[in-house]
Design a protein around this ligand. Structure first.
Ligand SMILES: Cc1ncc(C[n+]2csc(CCOP(=O)(O)OP(=O)(O)O)c2C)c(N)n1
Ligand code: SF4
Ligand SMILES: [Mg+2]
Length: 288
């Protein structure tokens, strides 16, 4: 049966984001990308942390898991590893992913689970009312950082490329059509697929606005070779001109679940297997 983006709507839910928040476009684009790819609500799981972006699964019909702040990626890895049939999409903010969850971010890239990681990057802590996040730019003033941010911003794309992540992309929610195409490629990738989604916070970040991102960004064209790690790194390190599109792909990495012993001889998801009671009892005995 053909699906439409309305199949992902939750009728009785009131969306609590501010009018104009970039998260609305992120939600719209996600529903449309899933529709185009024919992924039905029961075939994917949305996993999130805490924050405005972390509310994402509350506003879309899907199976979902709302984890702890900064801890959503390990839940996503576990879900995919126990049921590789599911499409697992992990969504959270720049703060949740790169500050509270910085350690999990690094090691998830190393594990290379077959998940999609969407960072709604608004360069601020939105939910807690506008403190600087790890991606806030130098000099960004807030009620806490009254003299402006003094720490160098965390460059998620450069870090991911340096760790040889299997897929690294950037998109801007101000451009729905192109973002949808980039997101579809991200979802289709096999292995850890990161998309840094520039997603303005219209209430607490009056510097990095829709207009600011529009002026600062440009699209990669066909001349860009996404398999060239050094060129991708150069693009990621350029924070004056923000490259949009697929920056880097590493075809050499196998997804995590294909490397673990439990799937060597039996490709079935864990839920499809019978419990081996003898082995289970043996395990329990071993703890006595
Ligand atoms: C362990 C922990 N530390 C801090 C908080 C408070 N907290 C909740 S959301 C948030 C910031 C979220 O910022 P970000 O991830 O960028 O998401 P946004 O709201 O901007 O979408 C913080 C600090 C918390 N809930 N748990
Ligand atoms: S505070 Fe910012 S991130 Fe949160 S809903 Fe409002 S505009 Fe969006
Ligand atoms: Mg944020």
């Amino acid at each position: 049966m053909k699906i439409s983006s309305k199949d992902f709507d939750l009728d009785e839910v009131e969306i609590s984001w501010c009018p104009g928040c970039g998260n609305y476009n992120a939600l719209k684009v996600m529903k449309e990308a899933l529709t185009d790819l024919g992924i039905k609500p029961h075939e994917f799981v949305l996993v999130s942390g805490i924050g405005q972006a972390g509310k994402f699964p509350h506003f879309i019909k899907a199976q979902s898991f709302n984890g702890l702040h900064g801890r959503y990626l390990s839940a996503a890895l576990g879900i995919k590893a126990s049921n590789p049939e599911l499409t697992v999409i992990a969504v959270s903010g720049d703060g949740c992913t790169l500050s509270e969850g910085g350690n999990h971010f690094l090691h998830t890239i190393r594990y290379n689970p077959d998940i999609i990681n969407v960072i709604h990057n608004n360069q601020v802590y939105g939910l807690t009312k506008g403190q600087a996040s790890p991606t806030s730019q130098l000099g960004f003033k807030t009620k806490v950082q009254v003299f402006g941010v003094i720490n160098e911003p965390f460059n998620a794309l450069a870090v991911a490329i340096s760790l040889n992540a299997s897929f690294v992309a950037r998109a801007f929610v101000g451009d729905l059509d192109k973002t949808k195409e980039i997101l579809k490629q991200t979802i289709n990738h096999k292995g850890y697929a990161l998309i840094d989604l520039l997603c303005p916070c219209v209430t607490f970040n009056r510097v990095n606005t829709y207009q600011w991102y529009k002026e600062k960004s440009f699209y990669l064209d066909e001349a860009h070779d996404p398999f060239d790690q050094m060129k991708a790194m150069k693009l990621a390190l350029d924070t004056d001109k923000l490259a949009l599109g697929i920056l880097y792909k590493n075809p050499k990495r196998k997804p995590y679940h294909e490397n673990v012993q439990i799937y060597n001889d039996d490709k079935r998801a864990l839920y499809q297997r019978d419990l081996d009671k003898a082995k289970f009892n043996q395990l329990l005995e071993s703890f006595k």
